[in-house]
Design a protein around this ligand. Structure first.
Ligand code: NAI
Ligand code: MG
Length: 410
């Protein structure tokens, strides 16, 4: 029996392409794991009325470690229309299986590293005042509260009467009193002190562990006084325990501007759910975008790692596949780090860094050309060629290490 069991959930579209490529790398570095396939996503919704089947939940509950590709999700009406005929009108509602998984297993800490690989042509560059350009290297890790806030799912169009009555007790609801129910949509932003404290603590712990000099709490407490206010209050309380790490406070809107002015100034960034989602995409854009953005969803027991990108349906049918598997690789690297296999994680990360730096093998996104069937003809590497290149670097480093230890023995 292997030391670890990983529940693999490729999902939909390109999730099915990139996840198996990551497994090739995990095997190459000798990660001692069994892999159990689990269903998730659009096909499950269409056939079963549930995008996160109970059998998948059970596997995750049992093995506690998941690697996830991507899923397709569609708006409510389209989702209902695509249900198989026997299930239509039976009261099934589509819920995003990722959001459900996060809530079900209380995966309340989302970690999204946004770290530049030198030589990546997609890295952010900045004009120098005296002419020419500079490429500030970004080394940011976003901590996003993953289960609450505006994504808690407490929302209505046409809120029920007790909700309207409760809302009416707030003086600021006055302008909305006369709005007919069907024309009124409400999403509730819920922040609890315990969760706010926990995400801030996780951010500071990471900063301390990896030597970051600052933690930035990115909210909007001047307007969202209660919810962002509580996040900021808790960040301040946690900061007191880490006197060597500076706490900066920025507003989400200003932060999206500053991050293209001076991205190298930021270290760990912490935010509530929606703002964390936004700011992590924004930082990811500076280090290569969706082809490079990985994330970990961490709970007290279960942890699931996934690229940030979706199922990219427009590329899912192309042969050979053209998408960049690096975001999926980096998700596997995060999984390795999470279970303490840091040496193996480092080997994969270094191999990716070497391929990116060398610049010989680049997927279409790294060449800044349109994706599609023509990309390969224009010199883009296919997904498999990218994996092969990274694998070759993993193997080369292994051979070098063997040769070195051979010499030491001699
Ligand atoms: P997407 O992330 O699937 O794709 C957006 C665009 O980014 C693609 O058209 C492609 O140009 C590029 N792209 C994405 N991944 C790439 C990769 N690995 N390499 C190179 N280029 C890549 O987002 P989109 O098109 O908005 O959504 C498609 C479907 O995915 C929707 O059904 C959406 O709901 C779902 N989705 C799922 C997510 C998840 O599973 N975590 C996250 C985001 C969207
Ligand atoms: Mg997002």
């Amino acid at each position: 029996m292997s030391k670890y069991t990983v529940v693999t959930m490729p999902g939909d579209g390109i999730g099915n392409q990139v996840l198996p490529e990551a497994l090739r790398l995990l095997k190459a570095v000798g990660f001692d794991a069994d892999y159990l396939h689990a269903d998730i996503g659009w096909e499950c919704w269409r056939k079963e009325g549930n995008a996160l089947p109970e059998r998948t939940v059970e596997l995750l509950a049992k093995h506690k470690l998941g690697l996830f590709g991507a899923i397709t999700s569609k708006p409510k009406k389209e989702a209902e229309a695509e249900l198989k005929p026997e299930l239509k009108g039976k009261g099934y509602s589509y819920f995003s299986p990722i959001v459900t998984m996060r809530q079900r297993f209380h995966l309340d800490t989302c970690i999204r590293p946004c770290i530049s690989f030198p030589g990546n042509p997609l890295n952010f560059i900045r004009k120098k005042p005296g002419g020419g350009f500079e490429e500030p290297l970004v080394n940011v890790v976003v901590f996003r509260q993953n289960t609450e806030g505006l994504y808690a799912g407490v929302e209505w169009t046409n809120p029920p009467e007790p909700v309207r009555t409760a809302l009416a007790t707030h003086p600021k609801f006055k302008p909305f009193l006369g709005i007919p129910g069907p024309d009124l949509a409400v999403s509730v932003r819920i922040i609890t002190r315990v969760a706010a404290r926990k995400i801030c603590k996780a951010a500071f712990e990471w900063a301390a562990k990896y030597g970051y000099k600052s933690v930035t709490i990115c909210e909007k407490p001047n307007v969202l006084r209660e919810t962002s206010g509580m996040m900021e209050e808790e960040a301040k309380a946690v900061a007191k325990l880490y006197p060597e790490i500076a706490l900066w406070s920025t507003n989400i809107d200003a932060q999206t501007m500053w991050l293209t002015k001076n991205p190298e100034d930021y270290g760990v960034v912490v935010a509530s759910n929606l703002f964390g989602d936004v700011i992590s995409d924004a930082f990811a854009g500076l280090v290569g975008g969706l082809g490079f953005a990985a994330s970990g969803n961490i709970g007290d027991e279960v942890a699931v790692f996934e690229p940030t990108h979706g199922s990219a349906p427009k590329y899912a049918e192309l042969y050979p596949p053209i998408v960049n598997p690096i975001a999926m690789f980096l998700s596997a690297v995060m999984l390795l780090e999470h279970v303490g296999e840091t040496e193996k994680a480092g080997r994969i990360r270094d191999a990716i860094a070497a391929v990116v730096k060398e610049g010989k093998v680049r997927t279409y996104d790294m060449m800044r050309i349109p994706g599609g069937a023509k990309a390969i003809g224009q010199g883009a590497a296919s997904m498999v060629q990218m994996t092969d290149a990274v694998l070759a670097k993993v193997e080369a480093s292994e051979n070098a290490a063997c040769a070195l230890s051979g010499r030491e023995r001699a």
